[in-house]
Design a protein around this ligand. Sequence first.
Ligand SMILES: *[C@@H]1O[C@H](CO)[C@@H](O)[C@H](O)[C@H]1NC(C)=O
Ligand SMILES: *[C@@H]1O[C@H](CO)[C@@H](O)[C@H](O)[C@H]1NC(C)=O
Ligand SMILES: *[C@@H]1O[C@H](CO)[C@@H](O)[C@H](O)[C@H]1NC(C)=O
Ligand SMILES: *[C@@H]1O[C@H](CO)[C@@H](O)[C@H](O)[C@H]1NC(C)=O
Ligand SMILES: *[C@@H]1O[C@H](CO)[C@@H](O)[C@H](O)[C@H]1NC(C)=O
Ligand SMILES: *[C@@H]1O[C@H](CO)[C@@H](O)[C@H](O)[C@H]1NC(C)=O
Ligand SMILES: *[C@@H]1O[C@H](CO)[C@@H](O)[C@H](O)[C@H]1NC(C)=O
Ligand SMILES: *[C@@H]1O[C@H](CO)[C@@H](O)[C@H](O)[C@H]1NC(C)=O
Ligand SMILES: *[C@@H]1O[C@H](CO)[C@@H](O)[C@H](O)[C@H]1NC(C)=O
Ligand SMILES: *[C@@H]1O[C@H](CO)[C@@H](O)[C@H](O)[C@H]1NC(C)=O
Length: 826
Amino acid sequence: MAKFIRTFLFVVTELLIVFPPSSLPTDTITQFESLRDGNTLVSEDESFEMGFFSPSNNSNRYLGIWYKGIPVKTVVWVANRENPVKDNSSKLSINSEGRLMILSHNKTPVWSANSTTQRQVVRPILQLLNSGNLVLREEKDKDFKNYLWQSFDYPSDTFLPGMKIGWNLKSGLNRQLSAWKNWDDPSPGDLTWGLVLGSTPELVMWKNTTEYYRSGPWNGERFSGKTTALFQLEFVSTSDEVFYTYNLSSVITRVILNESVYSRQRYNWIPENQTWRLYSSVPRDNCDNYNLCGAYGNCLVNESPPCECLTGFKPKLFRNWDALDWTQGCVQSEEWRCQAKNKDGFQKFSGLKMPDTTKSWVSRNLTLDDCRVKCWENCSCTAYANLDIRGEGSGCQIWFGDLMDLRVASVSGQDLYIRMPVSPTGSSNKTTANEESLKGGQRKKLLVAIPVSFLLVIMIVLIFSYCYWRKRKLKGNISQEEGDKVHEDKFELPFFDFTTIVRATNNFSSDKRLGQGGFGPVYMGILINGQEVAVKRLAHKSGQGAREFKNEVILCAKLQHRNLVKVLGCCIHGEERILIYEYMSNKSLDSFLFDSSQRELLDWPKRFNIIFGIARGLLYLHQDSRLRIIHRDLKTSNILLDNELNPKISDFGVARMFTGNQIEANTKMVAGTYGYMAPEYAIEGIFSIKSDVFSFGIILLEVVSGRKNTGVFYPNHGFNLLGHAWRLWKEETPMKLVDACLGDAFTMSEVLRCIHIGLLCVQLHPEDRPNMASVILMLNSENTLPQPKEPGFIIERMSINEGNTSSENKTNSSTNEITVTLLEAR
Ligand SMILES: *[C@@H]1O[C@H](CO)[C@@H](O)[C@H](O)[C@H]1NC(C)=O
Ligand SMILES: *[C@@H]1O[C@H](CO)[C@@H](O)[C@H](O)[C@H]1NC(C)=O
Ligand SMILES: *[C@@H]1O[C@H](CO)[C@@H](O)[C@H](O)[C@H]1NC(C)=O
Ligand SMILES: *[C@@H]1O[C@H](CO)[C@@H](O)[C@H](O)[C@H]1NC(C)=O
Ligand SMILES: *[C@@H]1O[C@H](CO)[C@@H](O)[C@H](O)[C@H]1NC(C)=O
Ligand SMILES: *[C@@H]1O[C@H](CO)[C@@H](O)[C@H](O)[C@H]1NC(C)=O
Ligand SMILES: *[C@@H]1O[C@H](CO)[C@@H](O)[C@H](O)[C@H]1NC(C)=O
Ligand SMILES: *[C@@H]1O[C@H](CO)[C@@H](O)[C@H](O)[C@H]1NC(C)=O
Ligand SMILES: *[C@@H]1O[C@H](CO)[C@@H](O)[C@H](O)[C@H]1NC(C)=O
Ligand SMILES: *[C@@H]1O[C@H](CO)[C@@H](O)[C@H](O)[C@H]1NC(C)=O
């Protein structure tokens, strides 16, 4: 009898396979049916459809689920991500053990579902639910309680409403998302997203197993680093399950991992416009990148640079910090000593994303006061906070070791109490964000201490104002004579004797001449002790007194950065103003870049390093709080290269010496180099840090292309390099700009990014151009960049001899690029 039934079933199955129904009327498949390529299964309310498909530009067949009602084919789940079928003859069926399989034409399994049950399965059916969940259940399971298998347990790159991200602790199932490798390859890419179980579970995104973004711990309402969302978010943590989910809402919405921009994006369907609109994406900004600012570093997204140490902390390595390398993080200005009097307390910081919870401990029962005690008692504890912020706040979380991945999160931030040396005298009420946490006994002591501390505060204020006053004097704002004295006992800058210089340069002989800068010729010199130096003889018309000049040189000599040429000293003799720099044997960037044999030495990594170095040096000039120098004459011949071809900016501060203190002003004297000058500077004489950014953009494009901006004309259109680059960009063939001598040996994405940044820097309007801090972040990250607008000066047609540029363009020396060609645009 049993044998007869089996045979009968076999015949029925085969019949169905031989004569597949043209379209399946229901949303289910039984064990006797199968889904062939070409047929689809549709959910009851017709919102989702399942079948075989091929990604746009790929002939492989995959089994997937997509929205039925949406004309833009949007696949939300793929079964055989890594095992595509090569032809149209495969089918999906349920095998005799109740397991879902994709079989190829010769009945070999291509893919099979991971069923969880061991028991005998009775009459399994496959059903596509209205939520987009594909479930395998026994027919008798009318309540949809015990699925044998469901696609929601094995997500691809899409997180649909009702899906869970996280763990089934009983079965060990961990539901994670992973991005498609690219737009036509559904196999798992580098970007993954899942829930990490720790003392407090967190959502984490990884890029190739490196932590890339973390949500912060769940605080009862939301994840601490996330902004509040419109969607009903839910976080469930029981002994069986820990997961994160969100509720169905009235809009069609999905969350996907997008490998091409390395982010998690939420799209909403806009029926009127028949498009998916990007609603939000994570990481939202650079501060979301995991631990950007290092331990105890605070990331402020609207500041540039974005990293600063928390109050009471200082950079661990100032050098790196100044060079925008924040990975080392911060250390406490004054160490706390475990349980020592006045050396061990807590300071409250508000509005923070909670630090990395890998090394932390939690308790739901403790109050905040108990939590504080708990932390204080353990000498490795560094901070504590409420676990749940709802109502008055409850629960306790304490951290051990350095606090990582902090940032200001104004909407969703919380209070964090960090262990610090807190003495009653330090408790002024001036700070706004950071308040003292004062409790019980400490408060009584404070009452006694207030008068004392008041006096102290007054003294500190007096001392600080005195220091500030002195500092302002250093800037040369106060009478010259006093300023002079202060400098001379503070800072030693060698003043060279004029005869020494004459001897070193062989009386400024022409064979010692290295080149001609915007402010005068440069000579090579050898001092008596054998040291090689570069000597810059400034043009006579600086209009500056000896004392002013000396002050300026001293200030410039104090600027020390690995991408700036070191100022060794100066020489004043009558009208002569001479600067002495360190000598760079490799000369300048233009001597490499525009020389057919030398340029081969600059491979792409070196070029990228040069671009990056210039950017860093320029940022240092622009943002150094003491001076804020605008270079005004940035060009490839002012970028010198050391032995390892590291770039060093020279001639900085010279412009400043010429104009004294009126930087950011409008000047009659346009002292720059045509071809690198921003339009507003060349035409109206208005200069700002953004005109330097323009020049930087030109240099960047020159480094990428190996061609000069001026002097090389593109016969078809009378454009300069800038115009040429812009044209290629508009034609979407920017790679044609790349220097042919690089061959294929470069990273495409890096080069494209550089061109993109270059074009952003040379936009016509200064306010559109990024500042150098943004440029550095752009060079460093993979976030999407804004589209550039049309650059300034794309056609060779300007003549600019308005101001007093006589000192620059009197010569026709080969290195002088001031020559302006008049050329009609055709
Ligand atoms: C895929 O698309 C690219 C350009 O979009 C095209 O060059 C290529 O030929 C396409 N490949 C296939 C297999 O259609
Ligand atoms: C497979 O099916 C798809 C859709 O039905 C069709 O576009 C494609 O041409 C077919 N490929 C082959 C090799 O038959
Ligand atoms: C089932 O899932 C486990 C865990 O993900 C995996 O190791 C195993 O290979 C899977 N088995 C099949 C048949 O897919
Ligand atoms: C990820 O790792 C693979 C192999 O280790 C490598 O090829 C790929 O470039 C890495 N991707 C990123 C973004 O680091
Ligand atoms: C969504 O949330 C509402 C109210 O919170 C609840 O009544 C409903 O059952 C939820 N729906 C789902 C599918 O969870
Ligand atoms: C990934 O993001 C980019 C930029 O936002 C977008 O153009 C692209 O369509 C996204 N990819 C997917 C698969 O949604
Ligand atoms: C549809 O698109 C147009 C143009 O992009 C826009 O103005 C309009 O607001 C959009 N409609 C909706 C409902 O978003
Ligand atoms: C928390 O309190 C409950 C009841 O007050 C108690 O049963 C439980 O053991 C406590 N848990 C901890 C970790 O102290
Ligand atoms: C402090 O906490 C750490 C981490 O939980 C633990 O290993 C250590 O034993 C604790 N020390 C004391 C003195 O309680
Ligand atoms: C500190 O400042 C806050 C707000 O300015 C004020 O409400 C509070 O009373 C002050 N505390 C003390 C101790 O002065």
